[in-house]
Every structure is written in structure tokens, then in C-alpha cells.
Design a protein around this ligand. Structure first.
Ligand code: SF4
Length: 508
């Protein structure tokens, strides 16, 4: 399971993969200048509401849909393209999904129809499959023993091979999504029992996954053997809850119990909770980018506070790269905490340099470069009174293509800043990700093709510094237990031959 791709030898191409799954449609969201998280998942099983349901207490049983709705709202930052909820009433699964934000897809009337005692939900930013309602999750399938639904965060790196094999044996797929491969693997073996079917399916797939599966009487949650994508377990008023991040538990007034462990399968039904581990020994390698950028700062992932790691990253950045500046400015949102840390450690005042529009949501509407750059100005406006005649140090979480950073530096200069320095609270991103994060081609990653001094020149800042890999690990408080693939090119699992593109090998 822990094969590694040798640095600089084999590189997986996200666009190649997308094309295979998307019938050669290049998706618009490739053009945004940040790594993109794929999805957020949520599940709830309420034995209390099962009793209410059996007692015909309609008001009580309307709660699981509403709780799932609020859980998904708290996970909205993990995916803004589509949202969906499936509810079980013990006999059937009822579902609703649509394109847009959770609040666009659901209203009071829809939620009132979602009656039952267990539910799963999903918010999606697609990394495989085109962005259509057909690919929205949860995906629901018919099986010999009734309906089954899945919501998945992550990316299955051997999905294309498994899909081909299944199609050869007559399975018909409804979507382009790799998650449906997992669902079909489970559905195929359901007659041997749900536990066995999930176990066998998980043993067959490779890649990253945090999943919730719902049948009429069971909720199952599972995490891949490296725990690349986060998943935690909690409770709210006697109901078990699973969610991608702890902020979703907070949003529903729940309490955190523990993180789901790598390779763990949790089965929740009327008998309570049962846990199975696929392997005796596992190797936790949580995605480091969850802490740097994806997760909400108020979440804890695998016992580590996201906010604290960002503050620490800022402090560490100062220790490694001391910049002479009058003010430190965090780029909203994920640069803010690192700027606080830098300011605390350096004594340089932390100031607001940009005002973020609360009303500009999804940033992948237009793929054209010029329009993408204009959207930066719509989203962030410089606060001239704070930056005029000052030596400004901007702090950002990462640089992907460099287009946004260039525009932000220009905006600071146009607002009268005397000097504009840029410090990045993560190491240089040099490699793509194939674990559920939408990354550009390696040739489009500015850190893969240019030296730091060339990047500084291209962005137009007075100085440019990055956090070292060692500094990142110090900010995380541990020197192992994280995937650092996009910085080092060494991944927790190798891709299959079919999913690798050998010509994408850039000398670095
Ligand atoms: S390569 Fe690893 S660290 Fe980088 S985004 Fe992907 S999972 Fe996260």
C-alpha cells in the first residue's frame, strides 16, 4: 500500500485523468488560481428518531434532514458546485440534490419532505467528472437488497481500470464520477451482507477516500488506509454523526468523540456502533494542505487545530525569513492566521490590507485569464488608507500559478505601498496532487518551472520567501504523519500505470 512514486520520475496528470472521465470536456474550474478541495461529507444515525418514526411522531423525524442541512452548510467551503441529502425512513431512501450552494439547493419545503431517522449529505467541488447535476452526490443505486447511497470525499486512483472491468461485465454507470465505481463495487456484493460488501470494495480501490454509505437501516463511514482525507465521529443528542471536519459538529451543537482512524470502517445501526479495521498497522498521512488552506480554521483534524498550525506557520515563517516591513497583511482568508503569527513573532503590526467582498462566491465562472484576474479585484479591494506609504509584507497560504499573487502585489503598489514583500506560509508547490485535490498540470505550477528568484520577478514583489518543509512540519507539531506530495513529489500511494503520464516529467 505504501509504494512511493520516485521523485521526478512519474507524474500523474490531473487533466489526463479528468479527460478520461469527462469525455474530453475540460472543466472550467481548472482555471482558478488555488488548489481546490473536492468535497465535504456528513452522516447521521438517530436511534431516537427511529423510535419516534415507529411511533409515528412526524415532527421528531423531520430532524435528520435539517441537521444534515446545517452540517453541510458548515462544510460549504469544501465544495460549492452541488449539494445533496439522502434520508432513510427504514423502508426507502428519499433524496434531493442540485447544483449550487446548500442554501440554493434546499428550502424548508424540501427539508420537510426528508423524513426518516438516518441521513447522509454531500457538498461537491468536482475533481473527476464534469460539473453537472448527474454527478452531484450522494449517488443512489438500486441493488438486490434495496437502495444504497454513497457520499465520497477523495479520489480513487484506480477507478478508471475498475470501471472498464465492470463495464466489460455489463455494469452500467450513471455518472462520470469515481465514487460510483465504489458504490457499484459495494452494490455488486450486497447479497453477501453489507459489511462484507463494503470491506471487499474498499480492499479493491486505491487512492484517498472518506465515505459515508447509507442503506435503509445502516450508516457506514470509512477512511482510506492513509487517512489522507479527514473524517471524524461525534454525537448530537444521542445520535451518531460523522463529518469531514469538526466545525460541522460544532454547527449542529454536537460533541466530538474521535477521528475515524485510517482504514477504519464504522457501522452504525440499531445495535449501536461497531468498528472494523482493515489493517493491523496503518500509516496516517493526512493531507498537509488541509491545514494550510482547505479546512476551516475552527476545525481540528486528527487532533491538530487548523488555526494553531496556521499561527505557528506564520511564526516559523518569520524565524526563517525576516523581512523589514512596516505592516504585515494577511491575504483573506487563509493568510490571516499566518499573518497574526508572523506579527506576534516579529513585533511588526498586523494590519488589514484588503477588504473581501462577502458576496462573491464561486470563482470558476469564467475560464479566461483576463476575467479571472479581474475577479480578484472584485473579490478583494485594497484598503488604501492602511497601506499608503508603507513597506507592506503580504502573507498568503500558497502560490499555485502565481497569477493571483501578481495581481495582489500590483493592487498594493497602485494603492501607494512603498515596498511590497510577499511571504508564503507553505513550501513551494512543485507537484500535482492525485488524491482528490484539483491541481493544474505540473507545467502550469509556477513552483515547478521557475526558481524562487524567477517567481519573485514574475510576481513583481520586492522580496519573496516561502516556509521550508521542516518549518511546515514544526508548525504541524509532528515530523511525520502527513502527505507532502505536492511539495516533495513523494506520495503515500502510487498511481496505477494507466493513470500516469510519463511525458509530464519536468526536470527540477
Ligand atoms: S499531494 Fe498530498 S499534501 Fe498535496 S494536496 Fe494532495 S493530498 Fe494534500
Amino acid at each position: 500500500m505504501n509504494e512511493r512514486i520516485k521523485k521526478g520520475k512519474l507524474f500523474y496528470s490531473r487533466r489526463f485523468y479528468n479527460n478520461k472521465f469527462c469525455n474530453n470536456k475540460i472543466r472550467l474550474n481548472l482555471y482558478d488560481d488555488k488548489f481546490k478541495e473536492e468535497c465535504g461529507i456528513f452522516g447521521i444515525y438517530s436511534p431516537h428518531e427511529k423510535n419516534q418514526y415507529e411511533a409515528n411522531d412526524e415532527i421528531a423525524v423531520k430532524k435528520v434532514g435539517a441537521i444534515t442541512y446545517y452540517g453541510l452548510c458548515a462544510l460549504q467551503h469544501r465544495g460549492e458546485e452541488s449539494a445533496g441529502i439522502v434520508v432513510s425512513d427504514g423502508n426507502d431512501l428519499v433524496f434531493h440534490k442540485g447544483m449550487g450552494l446548500v442554501s440554493d439547493v434546499f428550502d424548508k419545503q424540501i427539508l420537510e419532505k426528508m423524513v426518516g431517522f438516518s441521513a447522509i449529505g454531500h457538498v461537491r467541488y468536482s475533481t473527476t467528472g464534469v460539473s453537472t447535476i448527474n454527478n452531484a452526490q450522494p449517488i443512489v443505486a438500486e441493488s438486490k437488497v434495496g437502495k444504497i447511497a454513497i457520499a465520497h470525499n477523495g479520489n480513487l486512483i484506480n477507478a478508471s481500470i475498475l470501471k472498464e472491468l465492470m463495464e466489460d461485465s455489463g455494469v452500467i454507470f450513471q455518472t462520470d464520477s469515481d465514487s460510483e465505481v465504489l458504490l457499484n463495487l459495494i452494490a455488486k456484493n450486497l447479497s453477501r451482507g453489507l459489511e462484507k460488501a463494503v470491506l471487499d470494495a474498499i480492499l479493491a480501490v486505491k487512492g484517498s477516500f472518506a465515505i459515508v454509505v447509507l442503506t435503509k437501516d445502516k450508516l457506514i463511514a470509512a477512511r482510506d488506509p492513509n487517512g489522507i482525507r479527514p473524517l471524524c465521529l461525534g454525537k448530537v443528542r444521542g445520535s451518531y454523526v460523522v463529518a469531514s471536519e469538526t466545525c460541522a459538529l460544532d454547527a449542529i451543537g454536537g460533541e466530538f468523540i474521535r477521528d475515524i482512524l485510517p482504514s477504519e470502517i464504522v457501522i452504525i445501526d440499531e445495535n449501536g456502533l461497531k468498528s472494523i479495521s482493515l489493517y493491523e498497522k496503518t500509516n496516517l498521512m493526512t493531507c498537509a494542505f488541509e491545514y494550510i488552506y482547505f479546512a476551516r480554521p475552527d476545525s481540528f483534524l486528527d487532533g491538530i487545530s487548523v488555526y494553531k498550525t496556521r499561527i505557528e506557520a506564520g511564526k516559523q515563517l518569520y524565524r526563517e525569513n525576516k523581512v523589514d516591513a512596516d505592516i504585515v497583511v494577511g491575504i483573506p482568508d487563509s493568510g490571516i492566521a499566518a499573518a497574526i503569527g508572523y506579527s506576534e513573532e516579529s513585533g511588526i503590526p498586523n494590519s488589514i490590507g484588503f477588504i473581501k467582498s462577502k458576496y462573491v462566491g464561486r470563482t470558476f465562472i469564467n475560464p479566461q485569464q483576463q476575467i479571472r484576474e479581474e475577479k480578484v479585484s472584485v473579490k478583494l479591494n485594497p484598503l488604501k488608507v492602511n497601506v499608503e506609504n508603507k513597506r507592506v509584507l503580504l502573507i498568503d497560504d500558497s502560490i499555485v500559478r502565481g497569477t493571483t499573487s501578481k495581481r495582489l502585489v500590483e493592487m498594493m503598489r497602485n494603492s501607494g505601498a512603498k515596498e511590497v514583500h510577499l511571504a508564503i506560509a507553505s513550501p513551494v508547490v512543485k507537484f500535482p496532487c492525485y488524491f482528490g485535490i484539483d491541481t493544474p498540470l505540473r507545467s502550469e505550477l509556477i513552483g515547478a518551472t521557475k526558481t524562487i528568484s524567477q517567481i519573485r520577478e514574475e510576481i513583481g514583489c520586492d522580496s519573496l520567501s516561502y516556509l521550508s518543509i521542516d518549518g511546515l512540519l514544526k508548525s504541524l507539531g509532528k515530523d511525520k504523519g502527513f502527505c507532502l506530495g505536492c511539495f516533495e513529489g513523494i506520495y503515500p500511494q502510487s498511481a496505477t500505470y494507466n493513470d500516469l503520464v510519463l511525458f509530464e516529467n519536468i526536470d527540477s
